[in-house]
Design a protein around this ligand. Structure first.
Ligand code: GN1
Ligand code: MG
Length: 348
């Protein structure tokens, strides 16, 4: 830690360092030094095989926003004393530092509709402001990240070759996943549709990735590791996945996992307040599908990881990823049951 902080001209003994946030992939700390506060992150390079691409994207996005939308509050990385945007340690670990945005705060759960609206507006705004970037200039930091077809194939592989005891104990869950396979076919049609556009998407639109000001107005979005070319269903769907239910993906009492329709309305109105003119009629006809797509993919990813002995997400107890998968399947069922009602939510 000392070597990393030294690279930024900070003295470890003078810093107050504490673990921060609840992400599953990267490690994050809050570092305070005198009146300055920073966020330090270690990038998981088992997952992000080329951390340099992340830094490259952040530079490209920062440059575009500064030039075309100078009013946007963009969190620039802190550079090392020799002007690099990451530190690579002797062990091959990647670290980066950002300022902690003063007078900002974030949330781990969405407990009022206004927050859902604001967050959705921020993610919509982010994509809209970047609509002038040629998506070919944005690097793919995680190949096939939201490729549902591939995720499904990996799931079937894991059913065949994964931990046999775990596979045997999850027969019902496997059936449920197979029952919803039609969602992968809709995804294939989207990939071939001229009415779906590839845009710069965030790909991790949980509420904790939005900064709010003292009045709970959104300031900006953060955690740009997964910013890549993609479809709007990734961002819109992940908001449905993480804002609709009063209980998170960690909840094991599945009776608490359900869709709050008012929150759906808030996401729709917040997102479309920025993206209405950007999205085609066909895209707007796939709002509810977006949620099914993301929740289904997350269920598949958790269950696949369970069969593969938790090698990706890790687990705090034996059935952790199985229960996470069941939580997501409960949410998928709830969205699917209410598909008609949700689809009729008026957009304005
Ligand atoms: C991971 O690390 P975190 O929590 O920001 C994952 C997301 C999942 C999420 C589920 C790179 O995000 O795709 O939706 O866990 N990110 C990666 O909690 O795999
Ligand atoms: Mg993330």
């Amino acid at each position: 830690m000392q070597d990393i902080l030294t690279a930024y001209g900070l003295v470890m003994d003078e810093c107050h360092i504490q673990a921060f946030g609840s992400g599953l992939i990267n490690a994050t700390w809050k570092v305070s030094h005198a009146d300055k506060v920073y966020i330090l992150q270690r990038i998981n390079h088992q997952v992000f095989k080329q951390p340099a691409l992340i830094a490259q994207n952040i530079r490209a996005i920062g440059h575009h926003l500064k030039k075309h939308h100078p009013d946007y509050f963009f969190v620039q990385p802190v550079l090392t004393t020799d002007k690099r945007d990451m530190v690579v340690t002797a062990e091959g670990e990647y670290y980066r530092l950002q300022p902690f945005v003063a007078n900002s705060h974030s949330y781990d759960v969405v407990n009022n509709e206004q927050l859902a609206y604001e967050a959705a507006r921020q993610f919509g705004r982010f994509t809209r402001l970047l609509s002038g970037i040629d998506t070919n200039e944005i690097q793919v930091t995680l190949p096939d990240f939201h490729n549902l077809t591939l995720r499904y194939a990996q799931f079937e592989q894991a059913v065949k070759h994964g931990n046999p005891a775990r596979v045997a104990g999850a027969a019902n869950d496997i059936n449920t996943i197979r029952h919803y396979k039609y969602l992968t076919e809709i995804f294939t049609s989207i990939q071939h549709s001229p009415y779906f556009k590839v845009r710069v998407m965030h790909h991790d639109t949980k509420i904790s990735n939005v900064l709010f000001d003292a009045n709970n107005k959104g300031i900006c979005v953060i955690d740009l590791d997964t910013v890549m070319p993609g479809y709007f269903i990734s961002d819109f769907g992940d908001m449905m996945r993480t804002y609709l239910s009063p209980a998170s993906e960690e909840e094991t009492d599945f009776s608490k996992v359900k869709v709050r329709k008012e929150y759906y309305t808030a996401i729709v109105n917040g997102y479309l307040s920025e993206m209405k003119d950007e999205l085609s009629v066909t895209e707007q006809a796939h709002l509810v599908y977006a949620g099914q797509f993301m929740v289904y993919m997350q269920a598949i990813r958790f269950l696949t990881d369970y069969f593969n002995n938790d090698s990706y997400y890790g687990a705090k107890y034996e059935q952790h990823n199985l229960l996470r998968a069941r939580n997501q399947l409960t949410l998928l069922e709830s969205i699917t049951q209410q598909e008609q009602t949700l689809s009729s939510v008026a957009t304005h």
